[in-house]
Each structure stands twice: as C-alpha cells, then as structure tokens.
Design a protein around this ligand. Structure first.
Ligand code: NI
Length: 157
C-alpha cells in the first residue's frame, strides 16, 4: 500500500532468473488477476526487486525482469490511471505515447518490445514502482495533495 517503505525505495536488479524467480513472476500474475489489475510490480508485494508483470485485455501475460526503457516517443498521451497500491484513486497522467523496452522474461531470455497505447502506459507505470514512484507523483503538487487527502479520508482501510 501507498506509504510502505519498499514502495518508496529503488528496487535491486534480479541477478539470476531461475525457477524461483519464474515462480515469483507467476505468483505475481495470480495476485494481479485476483485484484483485477493489469500490472503489478514487485515492490507492491513487498519485494525490492526489478520485476513487474503486465497483462492487458486481449494480450498474453508479460514478465519483465530488469526492464529499461531504451527509447520513448516525443508524442505524449493522457490516460486515467489507477494503482492496486492506492485503491479507489484515479487520475489523468501524461506520459510518452510509445516506448521501446528492453528486459528479460521468466525464462531468462532477453527481449526488446515496442509498446504503444495501454501496454506502453502500464509498462511505464510499473517501471515507476521500481524507482519508488507512484502515478500521483506525476501530478502537479496541489492536485496530488488533494487526491491524497481524499484517499486518507475515504479509502484507507
Ligand atoms: Ni501501480
């Protein structure tokens, strides 16, 4: 949840992508689906590791170890984001419309993916979690404060 220490830190690279790492990725996909999310980063489940998983409607599940954005479009897009670590809160966030990401999958194979639309959006959102950033950190300070106040009052269980 928002405010947890591990969500505010920088995640460490995963040095060895072995069976245990692959199982962790599968477990995270299960957790993500159970929460009806389309992306989940390791710090959200308390692990400071450079790992996130994504599955958007109509697409295959995707696992990203040690992901890095190697190229991004100058064109930006605005889209309403939410986060499993900040339930009940949604806000428009502006980000590059397309990204090229380099990462390793659950089999330890390196890949490069060109993503646009919702996939590009989720990848950038999840990657932020590995750097201690939440989507509300992209909002102007007054709006961010307002949103956090609402969350504290209404949604924080
Ligand atoms: Ni999130």
């Amino acid at each position: 949840m928002y405010g947890d220490e591990v969500l505010q830190g920088t995640a460490a690279p995963v040095r060895v992508i072995d069976a245990a790492a692959a199982k962790l990725a599968r477990d995270m996909l299960d957790t993500m689906r159970a929460g009806k999310g389309i992306g989940l980063a390791a710090p959200q489940v308390g692990l400071a590791k450079r790992l996130f998983v994504v599955q958007i409607a109509g697409d295959v599940p995707r696992v990203f170890f040690n992901a890095k954005i190697v190229q991004q479009s100058e064109e930006t897009a605005k889209y309403e984001e939410g986060c499993m670590s900040l339930p009940g809160i949604y806000a428009d966030v502006v980000r590059p419309a397309a990204v090229r990401v380099h990462a390793w999958n659950e089999k330890g194979r390196a890949f490069t993916l060109d993503a646009e639309g919702l996939l590009a959006r989720v990848i950038q959102h999840e990657l932020d979690h590995l750097h201690g950033l939440m989507f509300i950190d992209h909002l102007p300070q007054p709006k961010r404060k307002r949103i956090l106040k609402v969350w504290e009052e209404k949604f924080r269980a």
